[in-house]
Ligand binder design. Structure first.
Ligand SMILES: C[S@@+](CC[C@H](N)C(=O)[O-])C[C@H]1O[C@@H](n2cnc3c(N)ncnc32)[C@H](O)[C@@H]1O
Length: 355
């Protein structure tokens, strides 16, 4: 009978990262590996593949990055956000919750750096959360689909790529999300995000994705190594898809919560708020502020980002009034989702904390 070890045990034995072991398994580079549920198991006497890269040192962790470009993504603000994390993160503050996760810039930065007892993420964009779930539980099937998309797309010239994009967009819109379409939809979702204009996600009144083709030279659609890493870190993450309030029961005094809701538009036309069919109105911002207070009273550590109305109207105290009593900082930020380059100037945004 063959005796097996887990990917973690193999990683320790060979002094390589667990993620590298998963990649080697997925690439059939270790004989006789098998899958037990969602885990790779490796024959105990397997030899370390010759070209497996060594970890440079014990504390080194391979980093994972968001798998989509997302409107309002916090990649640009990570340094500021990291400086504003609560004390004791990963030690006394053992849980993390992100109710408007989007592309998860802060989520993945934290997962790269901290160990949490539990992590909860949510977004009301069902297609996005389906992609998170498929990466977590059906990663290898997703790879097959992405590989086809990447190869077909790369083999075409510019015009052919445009046609291919619109064909895949139609296919995505015609499929109803369900168990049997989950992997195909996740692959198309990633493909469209990587090849559409500015990596936007926008839908029409019928809920159909309607962003036009982008003009990237050679977009990387299928980043296998990163996806494997994401799959690994997502194993301990609970993924929900619905209204942000659904996270309430998961949040307690040991939880750090980061709210990054759709921003309140600075004026009627500047706001990008249609991530899904529904808009996020002032009424919603007010309801969110009440929810923020509820979590704060539970003892959770809560941080929230939003636009600063004072950029366009110094007398607008909307958020200063709503979040009175909390720490309100104005931080410098550049708006990335704005098709007019001249409007991409530096403006301030709000960072509101209860600690
Ligand atoms: C500013 S984006 C978050 C960006 C994210 N921090 C990132 O780094 O990519 C806001 C997100 O809120 C989601 N959203 C909008 N209304 C929501 C609601 N009522 N409940 C949960 N999520 C919602 C949108 O789908 C969008 O992904």
């Amino acid at each position: 009978m063959i005796q097996y070890m887990t990917a973690k045990e193999a990683a320790d034995k060979w002094n390589i990262s667990q993620r590298r072991v998963s990649i080697l398994c997925a690439e059939n580079r270790i004989p006789d590996v098998a899958m037990l549920g969602r885990m790779w198991i490796i024959p105990l006497d397997a030899e370390k593949p010759l070209d497996a890269r060594m970890k440079r040192n014990e504390s080194e962790k391979e980093v994972v990055r968001p798998f989509v470009k997302w409107a309002g993504g916090k990649g640009q603000l990570l340094d500021v956000l990291k400086k504003n994390l609560p004390m004791g993160l990963g030690k006394t503050v053992t849980k993390y919750a992100e109710p408007f996760v989007g592309g998860g810039a802060l989520l993945f930065a934290l997962l790269n750096q901290y160990h949490f007892e539990s992590v909860f993420i949510n977004d009301n964009n069902k297609e996005l959360m389906n992609a998170y779930t498929v990466i977590k539980v059906r990663c290898l099937e997703l790879f097959d689909e992405l590989e086809i998309l990447q190869n077909e797309y790369s083999s075409l010239l510019t015009e052919g790529r445009q046609q291919y994009f619109y064909q895949k967009r139609e296919q995505f819109n015609s499929l109803i999300l369900g168990e049997s379409t989950a992997v195909e939809k996740a692959a198309l979702f990633i493909f469209l995000n990587r090849t559409c204009f500015n990596g936007l996600y926008r839908v029409n009144k019928m809920g159909h994705f309607n962003v036009p083709a982008g003009k990237y030279k050679n977009p990387l659609i299928y980043d296998k190594e990163n996806l494997l890493g994401l799959s690994e870190v997502l194993q301990s993450v609970t993924i929900l898809s619905g209204d942000y309030r659904a996270l309430e029961n998961y949040i307690d005094h040991d939880t750090f919560v980061y709210f990054d809701p759709p921003y309140r538009p600075l004026n009627a036309t500047s706001g990008f708020t249609s991530y899904t069919e529904d808009q996020f109105s002032d009424k919603d911002q007010i309801a969110l502020a009440s929810f923020y207070r509820v979590l704060s009273e539970k003892g959770a550590k809560v941080m929230l980002s939003n636009s600063d109305p004072k950029n366009t109207n110094p007398d607008d105290n909307f958020f200063d009034d709503l979040y009175e009593g909390f720490s309100i900082q104005r931080i410098n930020a550049s708006r990335m989702i704005n098709s007019k380059a001249d409007k991409r100037g530096n403006i301030t945004e709000l960072l509101i904390k209860n600690y």
